[in-house]
Write a protein that binds this ligand. Structure first.
Ligand SMILES: CC(C)(COP(=O)(O)OP(=O)(O)OC[C@H]1O[C@@H](n2cnc3c(N)ncnc32)[C@H](O)[C@@H]1OP(=O)(O)O)[C@@H](O)C(=O)NCCC(=O)NCCS
Length: 160
């Protein structure tokens, strides 16, 4: 059974440690960003790791609009991958967003045109969770050159 709980500020460093174990996905400049948001202004959920003090995975949601929100971080320690932790985290986040009336959820990831193998599984993960790619933006402001951004959205409720 995977227990998802809301993050507290003290979880920030353990969440950054998850990112540190995923250097193919998260560059060091994302670590400070995660440190600043976990347990802070944006809603974050975590799954505790097997070892005390360790976090197995976490998800961060930023809601800037009443009916739209973005998943800004989703990460699971490589040694804990493929056990349903990412799914449990995303399902919890989407359920909470639906509860507060959010209709559309966005996630940005690396586009297939980058030809970067690690993200093949990532895009498949989002697609299997109901996310649909609606755009590719290259360059995306704030992203390093050479990183075409795939824009994915999921509808939690019909909007028409
Ligand atoms: C994407 C991620 C959050 C998913 O978390 P997870 O706990 O591994 O996910 P789950 O176990 O719930 O589901 C994994 C799914 O991907 C598949 N999968 C897992 N690892 C895989 C791999 N290395 N290659 C291909 N598929 C893989 C599983 O078969 C499963 O398939 P399903 O959707 O048909 O059930 C996690 O793998 C991760 O942190 N990846 C690296 C960072 C990243 O890409 N973050 C998102 C940035 S936008």
């Amino acid at each position: 059974v995977t227990t998802v709980r809301a993050a507290v500020p003290d979880d920030a460093e353990a969440c950054v440690d998850v990112l540190r174990h995923l250097p193919d996905y998260f560059t060091p400049n994302t670590h400070d960003e995660a440190r600043a948001v976990v347990g802070g202004p944006h809603r974050t959920w975590v799954v505790d790791g097997a070892v005390g003090g360790e976090i197995a995975g976490f998800v961060v949601v930023e809601q800037r609009f009443a009916r739209g929100a973005e998943i800004t971080f989703a990460a699971v320690r490589p040694d804990q991958r493929d056990r349903g932790i990412g799914t449990a985290l995303v399902e919890r986040a989407l359920a909470e967003l639906a509860r507060v009336g959010v209709a559309i959820v966005e996630v940005k990831t690396l586009d297939a045109s980058a030809g970067y193998e690690p993200y093949v599984a990532t895009r498949a993960f989002w697609e299997r969770r109901g996310f649909v790619q609606i755009d590719c933006i290259d360059p995306l402001p704030g992203w390093d050159p050479g990183n075409p951004s795939a824009i994915y959205v999921a509808a939690l409720t019909p909007t028409t």
